[in-house]
Design a protein around this ligand. Structure first.
Ligand code: HEM
Ligand SMILES: N[C@@H](CC(=O)c1ccccc1NC=O)C(=O)O
Length: 244
């Protein structure tokens, strides 16, 4: 049971015994700990981003754009931290990684349910990725729910229509009139920009550590990751820039 607040300690509040017992390297090689910590940290940040996106979607539904972009600004700051953390991982050399890579088996980032849930919640909905989650798991159920629910993009686009803006082009051309929607849209562009920056850095780090080797998840590796660089959550907001 949790302690009464008066007796609450740092370790109780943060559940440190649970958190800090979850790093269990499968080899006795030094760098495997870094690999685990980096990935666990990523999953924690993904959890926080999902929490913020859920809030932002509900705020956009109620036309509270200022509060929504506050939550979305937090998402793009977290994305920056995640992008920067590639530099920590890149201190691991190809030889150091090759020494324990076999312990990973066929596990891979393809199986990160939270990463895919975040893509789906933004609006990048590719149902093929459901297949990477085992049936009956919580991750798969959450992914299916995210696929079925309105995404951040669908919610923002519905808000634009509800508020009477004929198009996103109009919102950008007359940004003073449509200020709330305009600011919201620019936050969405920040998120897409940061997601692309993260993908670039992933690709670069992967090339640096495993070169052109295939991935543990069954893809071609770096060339597969290069193909994901084209993905955008909010392509309409990029497309209109040519006309501005
Ligand atoms: C040595 C480090 C890493 C290597 C060599 C690596 C390699 C790869 C490869 C080759 C793929 C394609 C799937 C496959 O065939 O396995 C992949 C996918 C993925 N990785 Fe990594 N990765 C590394 C670290 C990370 C880290 C630190 C993260 C998160 C912070 C991450 C997140 C992901 C995600 C989310 C995917 C799916 C991407 C998509 O389908 O768009 N990976 N990774
Ligand atoms: N796909 C990587 C392995 C990998 O990235 C990975 C494996 C297990 C747990 C997390 C991983 N990384 C991505 O989230 C590789 O091919 O070496």
């Amino acid at each position: 049971m949790t302690a009464h607040p008066a007796g609450m300690t740092y370790a109780d509040y943060l559940q440190l015994p649970t958190l800090l017992s979850a790093q269990q390297p499968k080899s006795d090689l030094h760098d495997e700990m870094l690999f685990i910590v980096i990935h666990q940290t990523k999953e924690l940040w993904l959890k926080q981003m999902l929490h913020e996106v859920d809030l932002a979607i509900s705020l956009v539904v109620s036309d509270d754009f200022a509060a929504a972009y506050k939550a979305l600004a937090r998402v793009s700051r977290i994305q920056s931290v995640m992008t920067l953390s590639w530099d920590v991982l890149a201190t691991m050399t190809p030889v150091d990684y090759s020494a324990f890579r076999h312990v990973l088996g066929t596990s891979s980032g393809f199986q990160s349910a939270q990463f895919r849930e975040l893509e789906f919640k933004f609006g990048i909905k590719d149902p093929r990725f459901l297949d990477y989650q085992e049936g009956g798991t919580e991750g798969r159920a959450r992914l299916q729910a995210a696929l079925d629910a309105p995404s951040l993009w669908e919610t923002a686009d519905a808000a634009r229509i509800r508020n009477g803006a004929a198009s996103w082009l109009e919102v950008y051309r007359d940004s003073e009139r449509w200020f709330g929607l305009y600011q919201l849209a620019e936050k969405l562009v920040d998120i897409d920009d940061a997601l692309s920056g993260w993908r670039h850095k992933h690709l670069l780090t992967v090339e640096r550590i495993i070169g052109m080797k295939p991935g543990t998840g069954g893809s071609a590796g770096a060339s597969y990751l290069a193909s994901t660089l084209q993905k955008r959550a909010f392509p309409e907001l990029w497309a209109i820039r040519t006309q501005l």
